[in-house]
Design a protein around this ligand. Structure first.
Ligand code: PLP
Length: 283
């Protein structure tokens, strides 16, 4: 694989970073993950906008314009013959002697690489996923896509041990979001419910697009927190992320959800999402 590391395209296996990089020492950085489907960068401008916002919130100057970011992403696709998969972008504050306080004007470290996967043909779409809940152990600025991900690493380890697909994180009895996804339910009254944006959750790009599609389909959308009990009573539950598009939930903590099969609202949103993607220009 060819990555883009500190200004150059290099074979990833040969790429190295200074140990004094603040991304390594402090998790002092942010990241983005954009899907590539049939040669199309999905929702890329929104991902780059969120990257810009994350950088701004922690006081790192965005090293590139949207056009330049897109140019590098396109070059990564070209050099790796990436038609389907993901592009990972990480920006750390840069390299400096280890100290919590940072000097202004450090040169941010940019690392980008592709991951090969077929985002749009995950068999779990047909069968549905079993998930667990875990306590949300994260910090109070979850709206920043920070590379400090220890709570999510722990949540995903619990996922692996439980032999399920995802964890939804709990603040008391309230679901915040998935460990790497946005949580949705469809109520018995046929309302599409997902948590409102705030500092408590990441503003998911797929969330945004799915809500736009739902609006177009005339669904009633309610953005508010919802509880674990509501998930168990819901007619459907699913989660969204760039790397999965959307995944239906059929069981949570060993209890059947939504009749134990993927629901029609999920299916129509998923299909519409993929249809929209295929209208994007391919590179
Ligand atoms: N919430 C969290 C905590 C995430 O890590 C992610 C993605 O990794 C999401 C939500 C989904 O965001 P997006 O749709 O932009 O991939």
């Amino acid at each position: 694989r060819i990555g883009f590391v500190r200004g150059a395209f290099v074979p990833l296996r040969e790429a190295v970073l200074p140990v004094m990089d603040r991304g390594f020492l402090f998790g002092d950085g942010v990241y983005e993950v954009t899907a590539v489907i049939e040669g199309r960068l999905v929702d890329n401008d929104h991902h780059l906008q969120r990257l810009n916002r994350s950088l701004g919130e922690i006081g790192i100057a965005n090293p590139f314009s949207t056009g330049k970011w897109t140019e590098i992403e396109t070059e990564i696709m070209r050099r790796n013959e990436l038609r389907n998969g993901l592009i990972y972008i990480q920006v750390s504050r840069g390299v400096a002697e280890r100290a919590f306080q940072y000097a202004e004007g450090l040169e941010p470290t940019v690392v980008m690489f592709p991951q090969f996967s077929k985002v749009q043909s995950n068999p779990i779409i047909e069968t549905g996923a079993r998930i667990i809940t875990v306590p949300d152990l994260r910090w109070a600025r979850r709206d920043i896509k920070s590379t400090s991900l220890l709570a999510q690493v722990m949540a995903k380890h619990a996922v692996k041990q439980a032999g399920v697909k995802e964890a939804w994180m709990l603040d008391g009895d309230i679901i915040t979001e998935g460990a790497s996804s946005t949580a949705f339910i469809v109520t018995r009254g046929n309302e599409l419910v997902t948590r409102n944006l705030s500092r408590d959750i990441l503003p998911g790009i797929t969330r945004r697009t799915v809500l736009e599609i739902a609006k177009r389909h005339g669904l009633t959308i309610v953005e508010r927190p919802f509880s674990k009990a509501e998930v168990l009573e819901a007619s459907e539950a699913f989660y969204t992320s760039a790397s999965t598009i959307a995944v239906p939930v059929i069981e949570m903590d060993g209890v059947c959800v939504g009749g134990g099969v993927p629901g029609p609202v999920f299916r129509s949103l998923y299909d519409a999402y993929l249809q929209d993607v295929m209208t994007l220009p391919a590179s």
